[in-house]
Design a binder for this molecule. Sequence first.
Ligand SMILES: *[C@@H]1O[C@H](CO)[C@@H](O)[C@H](O)[C@H]1NC(C)=O
Ligand SMILES: *[C@@H]1O[C@H](CO)[C@@H](O)[C@H](O)[C@H]1NC(C)=O
Ligand SMILES: *[C@@H]1O[C@H](CO)[C@@H](O)[C@H](O)[C@H]1NC(C)=O
Ligand SMILES: *[C@@H]1O[C@H](CO)[C@@H](O)[C@H](O)[C@H]1NC(C)=O
Length: 571
Amino acid sequence: MGFIIGIIFGIALGMGLMIGLAYSESIRHKRRSYLATTIAAFARMSVLDSRKILPSDSYPSWVVFSQFQKLSLHLYLLNWLNLQLDKIWPYVNEAASELIRTSVEPILEQHRPVILSSLKFSTLTLGNVAPQFTGVSIIEGDPGEVTMEMELQWDGDPNIVIDVKTKVGVGLPIQVKNVGFTGVFRLIFKPLVEEFPCFGAVCFSLREKKKLDFTLKVVGGDISSIPGISDAIEETIQNAIEDSITWPVRQIIPILPGDYSDLELKPKGILEVKLIQAKELTNKDIIGKSDPYAVLFIRPLPDKMKTSKVIDNDLNPIWNEHFEFVVEDLSTQNLTVRVFDDEGVQASEFIGVAQLPLKEIEPGQVKDVWLKLLKNLDVQRDNKNRGQVHLEVLYYPFGTESGFSNPFNPDYSLTSLEKALKNDGTDTAEISKSSTLKKKDVFVRGVLSVTIICAEDLTNVDLMGKSDPYVSLILKKSGQKNKTRVVNNSLNPVWNQTFDFVVEDALHDLLMLEVWDHDTFGKDKMGKCIMTLTRVILEGEVTDTFVLDETKSGSLRCHLKWTPQPIYRDS
Ligand SMILES: *[C@@H]1O[C@H](CO)[C@@H](O)[C@H](O)[C@H]1NC(C)=O
Ligand SMILES: *[C@@H]1O[C@H](CO)[C@@H](O)[C@H](O)[C@H]1NC(C)=O
Ligand SMILES: *[C@@H]1O[C@H](CO)[C@@H](O)[C@H](O)[C@H]1NC(C)=O
Ligand SMILES: *[C@@H]1O[C@H](CO)[C@@H](O)[C@H](O)[C@H]1NC(C)=O
């Protein structure tokens, strides 16, 4: 929430100074030691103190179950911080109004919904109830910085009135009431220096938003008299928080003069995502089947979320769509996929959500994943089958240091995928410029040779004897087809046949392999698998075993080979 950003601004600053003060006191006699070592000393010092302050049977329950070590230090710190916070709260409250106005209004303005023409604070006091720290931990890591995480809980009685002007000129004072907030903030003190207060700047970020409730009320009126306004303001607030302080986005408060631009969060690379298909989606329609589409994002901001097309009446949709996302922090960010059933004019129905932690991705390497759709990312156990989505991801960091070797060397390099292929150095600006060009404009041409070697452990679909399988090869985009010969009476057939296809737009095509049973009367499907061509384009040759879908068992062993032809750009 907007004003929470302001409060945190104030708290982080106050906190920074308080911690600085504590450190400088304890290092008076050893000026040469680093802040990190001082913390250790501080920890030992506080064991006795903390016993005095809190008997062990009054430890709050979160302490017992937390992974936080050094209990006594944390209890001591927590108690001390809350005491300090209570003390400084009246001053924070007094200073808040201006601080929040200057720091938060521009952020709200950026996310102002189109139906409003302005959004400004008219009254702003934070009330008498100070937030409480309910958890604190020091995260060990980089010796050049100190990182703390603090859980903060606030059930406040603020007096906040936002002056809202709608496009039709109606001015409305809207009061924000009953604020309930719980979140974990991460504070990073960096760089560590010898001079007081021992660090140059403090960064803070909302690591985890656990709870945020508030009610909106029109002063002297009824908010429901203006439909949609409540949702619009709530969305503005959520987006402002997401965009300004939600991890990995951070705010930097310089304490000592200096250039701290290296602390800022910067785009680190591009994630290429291919939304290939989904299977066994839950049917949400009473008549016919769901019309699924997917929403993909790394950060849940309206302009950073991508939506696929709708596939009508299909619980096993093939989308074959390509999206790009900017990555700021590979180690903590996730790619989220939400699948919905399109209901036309009515609101879409949610089918399921899946998440891929980006830390599982090896830069420069194609990763092919099936993700199980869940009801909700917080609920661990969700036994109901909602289906799965099939993605291909490729992460490409900016800069030259990544050093991918690649046999493929295009004359034009317009997409970041191609930059990965070409292995050259590029800067961020160039990438973002190029990624605004449509992928459709870029063609990667070549000859794809597919050898269908054999299949293993196929599921029998014949009533008498064994199936007579053959493989049908289809290129989804170009529509080229071919098929192997039939092997009679076998569930482990060997074909060893090679097929060549000239592919005009390999970055956007899919190879679909379907195993069929050749019957005198009609034919039966024995499974299929779908793959992109990215891996073979990058690696030149691939031999692999592909598990078959839409069947109980079975796999297909293939060899793929890519022979590139010069790239051209459609003009
Ligand atoms: C990514 O997901 C993990 C759990 O899988 C979670 O702990 C983490 O906070 C998420 N990262 C972000 C930036 O939301
Ligand atoms: C497979 O069986 C069909 C009839 O059942 C027969 O016409 C065909 O010649 C057989 N093929 C082979 C390779 O044995
Ligand atoms: C497939 O054919 C190649 C030569 O065309 C041969 O070397 C290989 O052994 C054959 N593999 C199988 C499984 O028959
Ligand atoms: C199918 O594959 C065979 C063997 O590679 C080839 O001779 C034939 O021309 C292909 N047919 C089509 C329609 O591509």
